[in-house]
Design a protein around this ligand. Structure first.
Ligand SMILES: C[S@@+](CC[C@H](N)C(=O)[O-])C[C@H]1O[C@@H](n2cnc3c(N)ncnc32)[C@H](O)[C@@H]1O
Length: 451
């Protein structure tokens, strides 16, 4: 299965492919930081990791002119709102389509370490952290604000906004291909809501039927007594008072919190975990930019696995999980995270804090910058589902049978027996806008949802 980017207005993969620095970015002076109109109050921590375009000086750009170097690495030429960026992508190894003149329109590019050495420190937009210099740095060709706003539109009131920045390690704070997962989250919200409505409707019809039956049966009895009996029965069975209230989502490795903000906007209770203080600060800004109140999300600065184990000891339960683990990472106290070693442990630990199967709704696991096939993610989700007592459709055809059965037996949709899990998995891709519209794989995903 392939998931393409949907409705992230302003984002566009313009071109991708092997790209040479030589001559491509010569010249062009930067005049320093531009305060974007949409820029909000910045937090100090955020500043420490984000680009510092203010450091760019006119004099430094002279050195920029003299760069003579080539890079046979793949690059992506992308539009993020008003700005065009060129940055390395090891998966973009074909020949680029657009002429050099188009690539030269980039407002900034990320020079890999071997090229970055050729650029004077003053023209670097990197934050200056020692480790970043070894990975490369942003080189500005034109003025770029320290941050600028982008939006994710769903055609519903569930719209969110978030800041792009030139961040270390070629990052921008946004993985645009994740919009396929944001769409998935919106779909889950609709699905859960419609099931809730169906349950309410069934409940109302049942109540009406019962009370009609009761009143015709007991027409001679005291009607007040009957209605009191009915309402006591109703309040204990009312589906709106059971599984859908306090819907809890756990977003692990939450980064800049776009998925967390979306879930909070839906009205779910979101716990966002990340080991990096600057990332959490950035995520808080995105939450505010999305018009959410300051206390909409519970923020946890901690190692993901440690937090999950702690939640298990406290008896916490969640209805959905979102995981965006890196290939390699460090917890808040230096705990080492290695994807292949630690993801199975984490998935195992998540069983402990998962809601019972009839109340568990979905899980998303991403694998980016790591050679993890989507089948690996699917298998982990399979184990997870079984571990919490969810029956999983064996393959695609079984899944469609489930759907047909679901439609035919809608009245059973709220019973535990009818609840089954579907796992879909595949590649998250970006489609470039230049011809031929090549598809660029950005990573893999596995997703589970129940019905
Ligand atoms: C950038 S996102 C992941 C996006 C994408 N999957 C990738 O590999 O780059 C990774 C986030 O995980 C956080 N992180 C890394 N190690 C962590 C850990 N042990 N516990 C919690 N968060 C961690 C980082 O701070 C970062 O915000």
């Amino acid at each position: 299965m392939i998931e393409e980017i949907g409705n992230l207005p302003g984002y566009e993969l313009l071109d991708s492919g092997l790209f040479s620095f030589a001559g491509g970015f010569a010249g062009g002076g930067s005049k320093g930081a531009l305060k974007g109109a949409s820029e909000s109050k910045r937090l100090d921590e955020v500043k420490s990791v984000s680009a510092a375009p203010g450091a760019v000086s006119n004099s430094a750009s002279k050195k920029f002119d003299s760069v003579q170097d080539a890079d046979a690495e793949g690059y992506r030429l992308e539009r993020f709102g008003d700005f065009i960026l060129a940055r390395p992508d090891p998966a973009a190894i074909w020949e680029k389509e657009l002429p050099q003149s188009e690539w030269e329109k980039a407002d900034a590019f990320f020079a890999r370490a071997k090229n970055a050495a050729n650029f004077a420190p003053e023209v670097s937009a990197s934050n200056g952290a020692a480790s970043d210099a070894t990975k490369g740095k942003w080189i500005l060709k034109r003025e770029i604000p320290e941050q600028w706003l982008l939006h994710f539109l769903t055609g519903t009131p569930l719209e969110i906004s978030f800041y792009a920045r030139l961040a270390p390690f070629k990052h921008t704070g946004i993985f645009p291909e994740q919009s396929a997962n944001w769409n998935f989250i919106v779909e889950q919200a609709k699905r859960i809501e419609s099931r809730k409505q169906m349950a309410r409707q069934n409940f109302a019809e049942d109540s009406l039927e019962n009370s009609l039956e009761d009143s015709s049966k007991n027409a001679s009895e005291n009607p007040l007594k009957n209605s009191a009996q009915n309402s006591a029965k109703n309040s204990s069975e009312n589906p709106s008072k059971t599984s859908f209230e306090n819907f809890k989502v756990l977003s692990l490795f939450g980064y800049t919190g776009i998925a967390s903000a979306l879930c909070a906007k839906i009205g779910w209770e979101v716990t966002h975990v990340d080991a990096s203080r600057p990332s959490i600060s950035w995520a808080k800004e995105n939450m505010l930019a999305s018009g959410l109140p300051g206390d909409s999300i519970r923020w946890i600065l901690e190692d993901a696995l440690k937090f999950v184990k702690r939640e298990a000891r406290r008896g916490a339960k969640y209805n959905a999980f979102i995981l965006d683990p890196p290939a390699f990472g460090r917890g808040a106290k230096g705990e080492v995270w290695k994807f292949n070693e630690d993801l199975p442990k984490l998935m195992f630990a998540l069983r402990e804090i998962s809601a019972p199967p009839e109340e568990f709704e979905f899980a998303i696991v991403n694998a980016y910058a790591v050679s993890a096939p989507s089948l690996l993610l699917k298998n982990l989700l399979d184990d997870f589902a079984r571990g919490i007592g969810l029956e999983v459709g064996a393959d695609q055809s079984t899944i469609s049978n489930h759907n047909a059965a679901f439609l035919d037996t809608a009245a059973l949709a709220n019973t535990v027996e009818a609840k089954k899990a579907v796992i879909d998995y595949g590649e998250l891709i970006l489609r470039q806008s230049s011809n031929p519209k090549r598809l660029l794989s950005t990573g893999n995903f596995g997703r589970l949802y129940t019905h």
